[in-house]
Write a protein that binds this ligand. Structure first.
Ligand code: UD1
Length: 339
């Protein structure tokens, strides 16, 4: 298959590009480089030994997307990963988040449909589930659009829009992938997560403490109703997550489908930090702080549908993710900027 990967130079995009190329598919990356560096695409080529075109441009612009089809098409499928994703920032800049995260879908879908794509895979989030009583979340669990921040709302809005589009395009496959917490890096250490500024998410924060650019880990609450009092999450290795995109494309049937991509195994903040310390080989400075507003005690999925229907199951655990994240961070202490 020939695939247009929108947001292809980002964290999930680069790993998905590697997985596609390793499976014998072709990929063209479209990315505005607002959250990543061009060198990330070069690293994909280095890992796979295959050339990977990178088009620098805005996936929300029909003319840009048409240009990619003109120059690099035809494409069988679009994988849409081009989104703003900082939850805190989304509450400060709702217009930017709604506009970017929906306009990219509109432009990619408008052009993709006109050019005859057969499949459209969308990167969504497990935060669309809204009722903790449903844990572990299945694809049938209650979703809401009344979520705590514009980022999550924009993802749920996309799902609603895409379901309507699928309904009137019966030959098209639309697959929604609801990610839980992506972590880890490619085992080569050549690609990984490279957040700008101070990271909001746990593993990149811990990693920055380990590399010495941040002072200490802040644990957001140890008084939750969980086994060790810290928050429980479903951390999915980005290599497994990337593989999920490939099988979703390969197994795609016409119609609308939703899959959770997670491990199904909840891991606490304490457990993640301990695992990272094991990878680094020393204890890391940490302090327990108050709860972060908006956080929930626990979120994790039931990934059985993806196994049943796609034959996909996470193969890697939290120790693999910490080892690989640390390998990437320690060999690239300044991320791609140091390359
Ligand atoms: C966050 C986003 C979510 C997004 C996901 C992507 C929020 C409120 N939610 O989820 O929308 O889909 O990332 O991976 O930002 N923690 C600490 N110290 C830290 C950072 C985090 O103790 O410095 C704790 C949190 O309280 C939580 C766990 O670590 O229990 C994971 O946090 P994080 O990595 O930010 O992910 P989520 O909050 O699950």
């Amino acid at each position: 298959m020939r695939v247009l990967l929108a947001g292809g130079a980002g964290y999930v995009g680069t790993h998905t590009a590697v997985a596609l190329l390793n499976a014998g598919h072709e990929a063209v990356l479209l990315d505005d480089l607002s959250g990543t560096h061009a060198v990330a695409a070069e690293r994909v080529a280095q890992i796979t030994g295959t050339s990977v075109p990178l088009v620098v441009g805005d996936a929300a612009d029909d003319a840009v997307v048409s240009g990619v089809f003109d120059d690099h098409g035809p494409f069988d499928a679009i994988i849409h990963l081009a989104a703003f994703k900082a939850v805190g920032e989304s509450t400060q800049k709702p217009l930017d988040y709604y506009s970017n995260n929906l306009d990219t879908t509109y432009a990619l879908m408008r052009v993709g449909l006109a050019r005859g794509i057969r499949s459209f895979v969308f990167s969504s989030t497990g935060t669309v589930y809204s009722d903790p009583a449903d844990l572990p979340f299945t694809e049938e669990s209650t979703t809401s659009i009344d979520l705590s921040n514009p980022y999550s709302k924009s993802k749920r809005m996309n799902e609603v829009v895409l379901e309507d589009i699928a309904r009137v395009n019966p030959d098209l496959n639309v697959t929604i992938l609801r990610y839980f917490n992506p972590v880890g890096a490619h085992p080569s250490g050549l690609i990984g997560e490279d957040p700008a500024g101070i990271p909001n998410n746990l593993m990149p924060f811990v990693s920055r403490v380990a590399v010495g650019s941040l002072e200490q880990i802040g644990i957001f609450g140890d008084d939750y109703d969980t086994p060790d009092g810290t928050g429980l999450r479903d951390y999915i290795h980005v290599v497994d997550l990337a593989e999920g995109h490939v099988v979703a494309l390969e197994q795609a049937q016409p119609g609308f489908a939703v899959f959770n991509l997670g491990t199904g195994t909840p891991v606490s903040v304490h457990e993640l930090v301990t695992s990272f310390e094991k990878a680094v080989g020393r204890e890391l400075p940490k302090v327990v702080l108050g709860r972060r507003p908006g956080d929930v005690a626990a979120t994790y999925c039931d990934p059985a549908k993806a196994e049943r229907e796609l034959g996909w199951k996470a193969q890697l655990g939290i120790d693999d993710a910490c080892r690989d994240y640390w390998n990437w961070q320690s060999t690239n202490p300044n991320g791609y900027a140091g390359a």
